[in-house]
Ligand binder design. Structure first.
Ligand SMILES: [Zn+2]
Length: 285
């Protein structure tokens, strides 16, 4: 178990590095497209492929060597500066790498059932793969207040494929399981769809509605979806409250909701069963 945890931690660090590159490249592509639309083409932007090509410094675009690309360690050794242009490299880079490392290791360590038991490994693998996309969405949302479809849809595909195979192969009552999946999505996405329609997009973005398809599928349990929404609003409120008290309303209105939904989903994917049992016991249900 220790060895697998360490391997997963290292794998997570590497995928965190991928998330940083993915988010940056996607955003650069967006700038490139806007420049193309306005006719002001600047070759620095928009010519990057998402998955191909060597890693480079976000500032000087110097190609990075393997030594510059060791997650976290390179950043520490270079004291957060690019070796070529000397410009500061955001703390986002090591933070995302570390976060992915811990998500990978802790999800495995605290997974609610033994991974070899009845297809749990498939659910765990689906969650870990989807968590890479979710991290990309969270980072993008924090930086630019957008949940890009280019990350949402592939993540949804992974989550849905994993769930469908799990239900088809490992679950005794597939009809019932599909019903729970549908209810879960209806809650995780439907509540936001209602809020979106009701407020004409002022309270919540359509990205949060789409994100609900992913979180609802990953949870595939209406109770967990309800709990996830409750915990996400709790986390969001706790984060925004200090800014409201000090009257920094702009900060509060500039806080994206996606990262809280994503964090709460992670909590409920791993700890959902224990949280629901605890809640039921609390009220003697
Ligand atoms: Zn540089």
């Amino acid at each position: 178990m220790l060895l697998i945890s360490i391997i997963l931690f290292i794998l997570g660090l590497g995928l965190g590095s991928f998330v940083n590159a993915l988010v940056w490249r996607l955003h650069e592509q967006g700038i490139g497209k806007r420049q193309q639309a306005t006719g002001k083409r600047n070759l620095n932007h928009g010519d990057l492929s998402i998955l191909k090509g060597r890693s480079m410094c976000p500032n000087c675009r110097h190609q990075l060597s393997a030594l510059d690309l060791v997650p976290v360690i390179s950043w520490i050794l270079l004291k957060g500066h690019c070796r070529h242009c000397g410009k500061t490299i955001s703390k986002q880079y090591p933070a995302v790498e570390l976060a992915m490392g811990f998500i990978f290791a802790l999800s495995y360590i605290f997974w609610p059932a033994a991974p070899h038991f009845n297809g749990q490994w498939l659910l765990l693998a689906t969650w870990l793969t989807a968590s890479v996309g979710l991290m990309g969405l969270a980072v993008y949302d924090i930086r630019w207040m957008i949940l890009p479809n280019k990350i949402i849809y592939p993540t949804l595909a992974v989550a849905a494929a994993g769930r469908a195979v799990y239900i088809g192969v490992f679950q005794g009552r597939p009809g019932h399981a599909v019903w729970l999946w549908a209810l879960s999505v209806a809650i995780a996405s439907g509540i936001f769809y209602i809020l979106y329609t009701f407020s004409q997009g002022k309270w919540i973005g359509f990205g949060d509605v789409r994100l609900g398809l992913v979180t609802g599928t990953l949870l595939s349990d209406p109770y967990k979806s309800l709990g996830m929404i409750f915990v996400s609003s709790l986390l969001g409120t706790l984060f925004v409250l200090p800014h409201l008290i000090t009257n920094k309303k702009t900060m509060a209105s500039k806080t994206p909701y996606g990262p809280f939904l994503i964090a709460a989903t992670g909590i409920f994917v791993v700890f959902g069963d224990s949280l629901i049992t605890w809640y039921k016991n609390l009220f003697g249900l």
